[in-house]
Design a protein around this ligand. Structure first.
Ligand SMILES: Cc1cc2nc3c(=O)[nH]c(=O)nc-3n(C[C@H](O)[C@H](O)[C@H](O)COP(=O)(O)O)c2cc1C
Length: 159
């Protein structure tokens, strides 16, 4: 524990200490995955209180796929201004922030039946029982591109 407040490297990132907030879905965005004042406050408080690295809860990469309510969205350029404000508020305290980008797939029971959920096959997922739509090559390309676009947006916003 004596090194906990010493700086260290995490891959290419230099961190001011070894305190990490593990990825946590807060269920605090708007319905569309936009930031809210409560959510900004959480990240500000973490950064103010010496958390050197903050990993966000997972952010969905395509509009139609939100596996949990209140999760962040990074599927569109709408989010760029909001997320820049978020990363600025964290960087101001010398902390770093990583956006976790994800496609939840069949690991969900949220809004099932109302949206397309891609999966490798039509075998139900063991823990949720949710059955997805087997992906075509075109679907796979679509999701790969969505991840690439989300990563580009995250970088542009300072994550
Ligand atoms: C409320 C809650 C939300 C979570 N959300 C995410 C998430 O969005 N992404 C993720 O990878 N892990 C998520 N996790 C898992 C945590 O990041 C962590 O791995 C887990 O809680 C185990 O760590 P612990 O033993 O320190 O509690 C979540 C955990 C909790 C309790």
């Amino acid at each position: 524990m004596k090194t906990i407040f010493e700086s260290c490297k995490f891959g290419p990132l230099k961190l001011k200490n070894r305190l990490v907030r593990s990825a946590t879905w807060e269920n605090m965005t708007t319905e569309n995955g936009h930031m809210t004042p409560r959510l900004y406050d959480i990240y500000k408080i973490l950064a103010e209180n010496e958390v050197g690295l903050i990993i966000t809860g997972y952010a969905n990469v395509v509009t139609e796929e939100q596996p949990n309510p209140g999760m962040m969205g990074i599927y569109d350029d709408f989010s760029l201004t909001d997320y820049r404000k978020l990363t600025d508020s964290v960087h101001k305290h010398g902390s770093r922030i990583i956006l976790q980008i994800a496609y939840g797939g069949t690991k969900t029971t949220y809004n099932v039946g109302e949206r397309t959920i891609y999966a490798p096959s039509n075998v139900p997922e063991r823990s949720t029982g949710t059955c997805g739509t087997p992906m075509t090559k075109k679907d796979i390309k679509y999701i790969v591109q969505a991840f690439a676009d989300a990563a580009r947006r995250a970088k542009e916003c300072g994550f």
